[in-house]
Design a protein around this ligand. Structure first.
Ligand code: ARG
Ligand code: MN
Ligand code: MN
Length: 331
């Protein structure tokens, strides 16, 4: 009897459990309709489709208050008139400007103690989300859920697509030639330490990226590890690696292509052999349970790819991953 019988909303429960958020029942949502980090149009409609699917109402239904930093149109009008490649990097100025804006918005949510949720957009925007979150939480750790390592440098990238490169910038792995102070990305200083980054779901890692992961001893749990140990153990090992005592803030960057294409087909770089629906959700639930989550990215939903059914399926799964990360439970 007593207080234990008072029913809490999911938002109140998350806020109570949260070790870092001062306004844990407020979600600061940043929508980033951006596709400049890769060549396929449509990923810029990811956020609007998730809104159409009702993500904001769903979060409100869980008891959250929403603080929406709305600059949907700004991202679209930001594209510079001329943006020739720099070395292999495509759209470098555009990517930089968008990410910089994202960084400001995420930083503002974090500094107000809100849970920062960023809806992409391609994964290049994570340069911005991580600069923003680490400006407030300096000792934060990063859980990167993805089929890809996204750690190419401007030299190692084969595609030149910057959505395959965000981590090399924030980890400080680019050479000064690749990342000069007076270049478009000069504003990005190393802000994530390599022992505070862990991957889950990898299965399509470029040769140059493998070399980087090995050289720097960056911890990664591939799909092989998920098969071998099961997702429960993998998430526990991942958390133990970056956040032994569960005492550090967590930024989770979730690329929807971590899921198997049968679960999330509408994405630009699908790779078979991915996480099941439940494995993806389990990661989010387990991270929510730590009380450490302060920032979440959900990226690479591309409504233009595939039939209306794949689109609906992918948008729906994107929204439910966000809800689970924010404390939606099965019972
Ligand atoms: N965020 C993503 N979907 N990244 C895919 C990257 C694919 C490849 N490794 C590249 O650098 O081009
Ligand atoms: Mn990916
Ligand atoms: Mn990615």
């Amino acid at each position: 009897m007593g207080e234990s019988t008072i029913a809490l909303t999911d938002a109140q429960a998350m806020a109570q459990r949260s070790k870092f958020l001062k306004n844990g029942s407020v979600v600061g949502v940043t929508c980033v309709p951006f596709s400049g980090g890769q060549p396929k149009g449509g990923v810029d409609d990811g956020p609007v489709e998730m809104m159409r699917f009702g993500i904001l109402d769903q979060l409100q239904g869980m008891g959250y208050q929403i603080e929406l930093s709305n600059s949907m149109d700004k991202y679209r009008s930001m594209r510079p008139e001329s943006d020739p490649p720099i070395g292999k990097m495509k759209n470098p100025r555009y990517v930089s400007m968008a990410a910089r804006r994202v960084a400001e918005q995420v930083q503002e949510h974090c500094s107000n103690g809100r849970m920062a949720v960023t809806l992409g957009g391609d994964h290049s925007i994570a340069m911005g989300t991580l600069v923003g979150s680490t400006a407030v939480y300096r000792d934060l750790c990063v859980i990167w859920v993805d089929a890809h390592a996204d750690v190419n440098t401007p030299s190692t990238t084969d595609s030149g697509n910057l959505h395959g490169c965000p981590l090399s910038f924030v980890l400080g792995l680019c050479s000064p030639d690749d990342h000069p102070e007076d270049g478009p990305f000069g504003w990005i200083k190393p802000c994530v330490s390599k022992d505070r980054l862990v991957y889950i779901g990898l299965r399509d890692v470029d040769a140059g990226e493998k070399a980087i992961l090995r050289e720097h001893g960056i911890k990664a749990f591939s799909m092989h590890d998920v098969d071998k140990h099961g997702i429960g153990k993998v998430v526990e090992m991942a958390l133990d690696h970056v956040n032994k005592d569960r005492s550090l803030p967590i930024h989770m960057s979730f690329d929807v292509d971590a899921l198997d294409p049968s679960v999330a087909p509408a994405t630009g770089t699908p790779v078979r052999g991915g996480l099941t629906f439940r494995e993806g959700h389990y990661i989010c639930e387990a991270v929510a349970e730590t009380g450490c989550l302060v920032a979440l990215d959900l990226v690479e939903v591309n409504p233009a790819l595939g039939d209306p059914d794949s689109l609906r399926q992918t948008v729906a799964v994107g929204c439910s991953l966000v809800r689970c990360s924010l404390g939606e439970t099965l019972l």
